[in-house]
Design a protein around this ligand. Structure first.
Ligand code: HEC
Length: 250
């Protein structure tokens, strides 16, 4: 196995094996930046090893030198002179070429709600509507508990255990499920607005919110009017947020 004795072949083999291990041998797969870093370290170590004494260094450089200057290596030289620039050129091209990208999305996250909606055949005026369950503070605890149950049955998969929009299904959706802990969601909305969103979901969004994008289901066929108000109470209670009030005319 005289080929394996060659310092040059040894060095190349070490690099190839190291690359194979870093790229395919470790679980979970290492990111490119880490592989590049490790490969530079291996390359440095290999160079230190082959140059540790002058005999070894000469043995390492010999095949490179003969390829570059020997008259009988003309053909190899020619092939390399064509292949290497092509290789680097194509790499540079793949890095620099424009890639096809999805167009940027401009969607209104909180569009103006309709003045009124149909809920199970009943006309509800969203404008100025308050949560009817709040009229009875003594029953609040009961409604919040019922709302919690509705939430964990229906909403937790997307909106998450902590109501932060990080449910199990969340990573698959764009736009992502709303994060109710964020002051930019329910804390700045009236309860009637939530009622509309929960009843009509993504399909009920107006055009400027590109309704076909949101996976938020429409709950009007599955939850009763009271259940929707209950889950809304739960959302505010569990996050410690206050709903926005309707501005009262003075
Ligand atoms: C299949 C996933 C999914 C489920 C299940 C789901 N949602 Fe959503 N929800 C979303 C997504 C995605 C959004 C953000 C896009 C949008 O506004 O439509 C959203 C938005 C909302 C909003 C609007 C928040 C805002 O800031 O405008 C409310 C309120 C809401 N969800 C409540 C609920 C409630 C209550 C339930 C359970 C009865 C529920 N969601 C179940 C995916 C889901």
């Amino acid at each position: 196995m005289s080929v394996l004795r060659s310092r040059f072949v040894q060095a190349v083999l070490v690099l190839v094996v190291a690359f194979g291990v870093f790229r395919f041998g470790v679980r979970p797969p290492a990111p490119w930046s880490v592989v590049t870093l490790y490969m530079s370290i291996v390359l440095l170590a290999v160079l230190v090893y082959v140059s540790s004494d002058s005999d070894s260094w000469r043995a390492f450089v010999r095949p490179i030198r003969t390829t570059l200057v020997d008259p009988d290596k003309r053909l190899v030289r020619l092939v390399l002179m064509v292949a290497l620039p092509l290789l680097f050129g194509s790499y540079a091209y793949t890095q620099a070429a424009a890639k096809s990208e999805a167009p940027p999305e401009l969607r209104a996250v909180h569009p103006a709600p309709p003045a009124s909606i149909q809920f199970r055949g009943k006309e509800l005026n969203i404008q100025g509507l308050d949560n009817p369950l709040r009229k009875d503070p003594a029953g609040a605890q009961k409604h919040v508990a019922a709302g919690g149950e509705i939430y964990s049955r229906n909403c937790v998969y997307c909106h998450g255990d902590n109501l932060d929009g990080k449910g199990h299904f969340a990573p698959g959706f764009n736009p992502p499920p709303a994060n109710f802990q964020d002051p930019g969601t329910i804390a700045m909305l009236q309860e009637a607005y939530l009622f509309w969103r929960i009843a009509k979901g993504g399909p009920g969004l107006p055009k400027e919110s590109t309704p076909w994008n949101s996976v938020m289901p429409a709950w009007e066929d599955r939850l009763t009017e009271e259940q929707v108000w209950q889950v809304i109470m739960y959302l505010y209670d569990a996050t410690g947020q206050q709903p926005r009030r309707w501005e009262t005319a003075h």
